[in-house]
Design a protein around this ligand. Sequence first.
Ligand SMILES: Nc1ncnc2c1ncn2[C@@H]1O[C@H](COP(=O)(O)OP(=O)(O)OP(=O)(O)O)[C@@H](O)[C@H]1O
Length: 344
Amino acid sequence: MTAFDGEDLVNPEVESEAEVAFEGALRPKSLAEFVGQRKVRGQLQLLLDAAAIQSRTPDHILLAGPPGLGKTTLAMIVAHESNRPLRLTSGPAIQHAGDLAAVLSSLVPGEVLFIDEIHRMARSAEEMLYLAMEDFRIDIMVGKGAGATSIPLDLAPFTLVGATTRSGLLPNPLRDRFGFTAHLEFYETEELVQVIHRAAQLLAVEIDRESLREIASRSRGTPRIANRLLRRVRDYALVDGRGASLEAVRAALELYDVDELGLDRLDRAVMSIILERFDGGPVGLNTLAVSVGEESETIEAVVEPFLVRIGLLSRTPRGRIATKAGWAHFGIPRNADALFGDDL
Ligand SMILES: Nc1ncnc2c1ncn2[C@@H]1O[C@H](COP(=O)(O)OP(=O)(O)OP(=O)(O)O)[C@@H](O)[C@H]1O
């Protein structure tokens, strides 16, 4: 149990079963319906069109970026747009090379294989994947010790779509075997307005543009969070009985502890540890994680990218340091000799 258990409204990593079903209903099915990421969309379209002209499987694709920005959605779109079946699995589900061999050997020709969190796959499976990606072939080890032999097995041609929140953790030989790497960026507020406008229509929620903008601006540039906040606002409006007005949006988000910048309790706890306990920093990642009772991976993949993006925090080789804006946002009196992250 962490210090921040309970409703984790702005952590895009945490997904309940209800949310998975809800997301499924809201996922755009084509590149044209996919909002934002204009460059990536154009690059993917070209890659799919070129493969279609040559009647071959599209190149392997790596999707990199923080959680909730649309990696799974894009994998589904790649399969849908190229009219191919899709197989979904994830790095943590591949603990042994044998787990991967079972998946690869059962692919049908042209299938799109999506491996979410590919950086968490077992090392032995990574090596098998190199050969599979390059030559559509794997070597299966039979027997043990001196009598062990490897039997080559041809695979059906497939397109691998890998997703990672930590592309830096991927070994170079694996990264190099992707024909194309897309780096997904956080979304602009106006783009998130479009995402939740569409979701509101699908969910039959009546809500005006100003209220949509208020939700979007507190969604940390992340569609998953925007959809989630919309759902909470819809519930609030339903119970309150006065509709999804701007007032309802503000009251619902206050109830769930999401402030006007989209910061939640965990973000605020991280900032307050840096500012109050460590005089603005520098603080190491592990110290920070232990201090707030969270996994360092969550701090690194979810909390920090956003705090850095909105300019409250700097990541330096010496550790994490609050910026001038970080001090100002929290209104905490500062020691004269404290460092500013922006000056380093
Ligand atoms: N560009 C977009 N346009 C419309 N909806 C989007 C877009 N990107 C994401 N979404 C919506 O946000 C939700 C989360 O997207 P998705 O599951 O694809 O994210 P992800 O990057 O794969 O996250 P994770 O890495 O945690 O699996 C989905 O409901 C999806 O419909």
